[in-house]
Design a protein around this ligand. Structure first.
Ligand code: ARG
Length: 257
């Protein structure tokens, strides 16, 4: 398990370094502003099953990522459109130009960097294990040989694949994995920390394993050839960071930590 952890950390480190290089290699700091150019719409691909980053309030997609995207679109003088889809379709839709950006609590990984570029990271996260309160699993090591629920195509999925003799149950929504845990169909769910907190609050009898997992960083996915948009997004992100606006958006959705 230790080995698995270090491999994941290595991937994250590599990913961060590569993103850094990609950002450094682009053409300077294009000022963000009302110069949307030919492109007026900013189409965001997401998977709105991931509170507090993206989820439905009525028919509207809200959350940290939705507000961040809106703030970026405003800075770029563009109009935001949100397209909700399966998480594992997001990269492809950015690659093919169906969407301009993928913003979905998406972790920067080496694998994904083969297919898309990532902005500078906008927040940190980590994977956690959700368990039944009375579970006999007391550490990540105890997951060996267990049945584990994950959301398809996520870093939780990738992580669980490396757990020895584990049986994986992959769901389209993180919440479905949590329901399976409730019903005793899986022994544990591996998912990102903040959604895990929300799901545990919403479901009685669950807890989060108190053990640190690999740290991950979330960033915005952009098509590899769209360096102009990537530059603009990075400039907008920089402004949102230094003005404290990004932190304000995060704090609005993540209160007591
Ligand atoms: N951070 C994880 C990943 O990148 C999970 C993201 C899931 N996001 C979502 N909107 N469902 O794989």
């Amino acid at each position: 398990m230790k080995k698995v952890l270090s491999i994941v950390s290595l991937c994250v480190c590599l990913a961060v370094i590569l993103t850094g290089c990609a950002a450094a290699g682009t053409t300077g700091t294009a000022p963000s502003g009302q110069d949307g150019g030919s492109q007026k719409k900013l189409v965001m691909a997401t998977n709105a099953e991931f509170p507090p980053y993206e989820y439905y309030e009525g028919s509207e997609v809200v959350g940290i990522d939705a507000e961040l995207a809106k703030a970026i679109a405003d800075k770029l003088g563009m109009e935001l459109t949100i397209e909700d889809m399966a998480f594992d379709s997001i990269i492809a839709s950015v690659q093919t130009g169906k969407a301009d950006v993928g913003i979905a609590g998406m972790t920067v990984t080496e694998d994904r960097l083969q297919n898309v570029s990532f902005s500078t990271p906008y927040t940190e996260s980590r994977q956690v294990v959700i368990l039944k309160e009375d579970s006999d699993i007391a550490s990540v090591e105890d997951l060996t040989g267990k049945t584990i629920g994950v959301q398809l195509g996520t870093t939780g999925d990738i992580f669980a694949e490396d757990i020895e003799n584990a049986t994986l149950e992959r769901y389209n929504k993180g919440m479905e994995a949590v329901q399976s845990l409730n019903q005793g169909k899986v022994d544990a769910v591996i998912i990102d920390m903040m959604p895990a907190k929300v799901f545990v609050e919403q479901n009685e009898g669950l807890k989060i394993l108190d053990e640190d997992f690999a740290v991950e960083e979330y960033a915005i996915a952009v098509a590899k050839d769209n360096t102009e948009l990537l530059d603009k997004i990075n400039a907008a992100l920089e402004e949102l960071k230094s003005s404290g606006e990004l932190q304000k958006i995060i704090d609005k959705y993540i209160s007591a930590q």
